[in-house]
Design a protein around this ligand. Structure first.
Ligand code: SF4
Length: 458
């Protein structure tokens, strides 16, 4: 607790609550998903697939939109089911979509695969293996360097464990959030430390040594001490990576969050204290800070990428994945191409109807103009490196840009101690780092148009 107060004391010149309360995107993409439109559709998806060059490195993302039960805080696109039929049917559609996409992009080499959700393990051993066999029959996996899956520590039966080992999963990310029974009760996700510990031990015994843990701050009933104790307990499990996400309370967007009593949520000041307490805890435990909300052991690829200026941002957060193309499969999955983004239907029924008709399931997307690419890179470097040399990016991309209005806003943030500016070089100060999303948002021309609602900055 004392560390937190000390950290907060370095910010007296910042009126932080007004900054913390600002609603800005997380910038896992630019333009951000709320700015995608239906003017980009199946034809674009097909053309962009066909336009993938042999020089492009490709990652695959498979979305599984089912969970056994829903947690109150969850912002993911997922539904609860106890039945096998919808899950099996969904797996069959994933296989069909993979075959459909492979007609335009088949045979290409894939560097990474990521299973996310939802709870991917709900597919069960047989379907996991069937979907993976389909990927391996249509794509070249000889250069696959990472195969990752998001896991719920409560849902790891022996069959699934054997199956994820058999398909070559090399990294597993466990959702933990907080280990306090009081907080777990408030978020509708009860999983004692022993459950998490057992899952980690079994994964390691199955040969999956690269374990990551997702934690959260800003949860209902959560205190600074809870955040610190969760860090301490999780560190005993020796995860290579830790993500410390701020809970985004967006009940107008995620109805299940209305189950959370808003009176039990920490205010902006407490959220900031929690974020800083978590940061201090993980740094004290020997982890390196990666971007705004990730931590990694010094030898981990993510920490190395951050140190070398190779950190990237994608829909999973911070990554060392340098792929130029991400192909998303399944409900709501987003694909990234050099020319733009496409997103599948967010509703499983519409997704399945499209795939049954042998059409791509694209519902919307965004075409990337040169100005978007320029702004995307400026935003990504700020989010990843906390600094950016705009002139270098402008010269390399040969996309002239003045940014006089943006630089004037940067100067306002400079007056508040968040950034320093030398010409068109911007660096975020140590005390400004928790607010880097606000700094990045200066270059977001869509946010200025004010069409979407986002979560708090911290
Ligand atoms: S947090 Fe994970 S397990 Fe809980 S509802 Fe969301 S996706 Fe499912």
């Amino acid at each position: 607790m004392s560390e937190t107060i000390a950290q907060a004391a370095v910010l007296p010149h910042l009126s932080t609550p007004d900054l913390s309360n600002q609603a800005v995107p997380r910038y896992t993409s630019y333009p951000t998903a709320p700015n995608f439109s239906a003017s980009v559709g199946c034809d674009d998806h097909g053309n962009w697939l066909a336009g993938i060059s042999p020089n492009d490195s490709i990652s695959l993302y498979l979305h599984v939109p089912f969970c056994v039960e829903l947690c109150n805080y969850c912002g993911c696109n997922t539904v609860a089911t106890h039945r096998r039929e919808p899950v099996e049917s969904y797996a069959a559609h994933l296989i069909d979509e993979i075959a459909l996409v492979s007609k335009r992009a088949g045979g290409k080499g894939v560097r990474r695969i990521h299973w996310g959700g939802g709870t991917p393990s709900i597919l069960g051993a047989k379907s996991l293996e069937r979907v993976f066999r389909s990927i391996s029959s249509y794509f070249d996996l000889s250069s696959l360097d990472e195969h990752a899956i998001e896991l719920d520590p409560r849902r790891l039966d022996n069959d699934v464990l054997s199956s994820i080992a058999a398909i070559g999963i090399s990294r597993a990310n466990l959702g933990v959030q907080d280990l306090s029974p009081r907080v777990q009760q408030a978020i509708g996700r009860v999983q004692p430390y022993e459950v998490v510990e057992r899952a980690v031990k079994r994964l390691r015994a199955a040969g999956i040594a690269n374990i990551g843990i997702d934690l959260m701050y800003g949860l209902p009933e959560q205190s600074v001490e809870d955040v610190q104790l969760s860090a301490l307990l999780c560190s005993r499990l020796k995860p290579r990576r830790v993500a410390m996400f701020g809970y985004a309370h967006v009940p107008w967007f995620k109805r299940r969050q209305t189950l959370i009593d808003e009176r039990t949520l920490p205010d902006a000041t407490l959220r900031l204290s929690q974020a800083m307490a978590a940061r201090n805890a993980w740094l004290d435990l020997g982890y390196r800070a990666v971007g705004i909300d990730h931590f990694a052991l010094p030898g981990d690829a993510l920490a190395k990428a951050a140190a070398a200026g190779r950190l990237r941002r994608n829909f999973q957060g911070y990554t060392d994945d340098e792929s130029s193309v991400i192909l998303g499969f399944g409900t709501s999955a987003i694909s990234r191409f050099r020319n733009g983004y496409t997103q599948n239907h967010p509703a499983t029924a519409a997704y399945k109807t499209a795939i049954d008709a042998e059409n791509f399931a694209t519902a919307r997307g965004a075409l990337l103009e040169p100005d978007d690419c320029l702004r995307a890179e400026i935003i990504e470097r700020l989010m990843c490196d906390f600094c950016v040399d705009i002139d270098r990016i402008v010269q390399r991309r040969q996309t002239p840009a003045i940014f006089s209005a943006e630089l004037a806003k940067i100067d306002q943030l400079s007056n508040r101690g968040l950034v320093r500016r030398h010409g068109r070089k911007i660096s975020v100060t140590e005390s400004g780092k928790p607010f880097v999303r606000i700094v990045a948002s200066v270059f977001d021309k869509y946010l200025a148009a004010g069409v979407s609602r986002h979560s708090r900055a911290v």
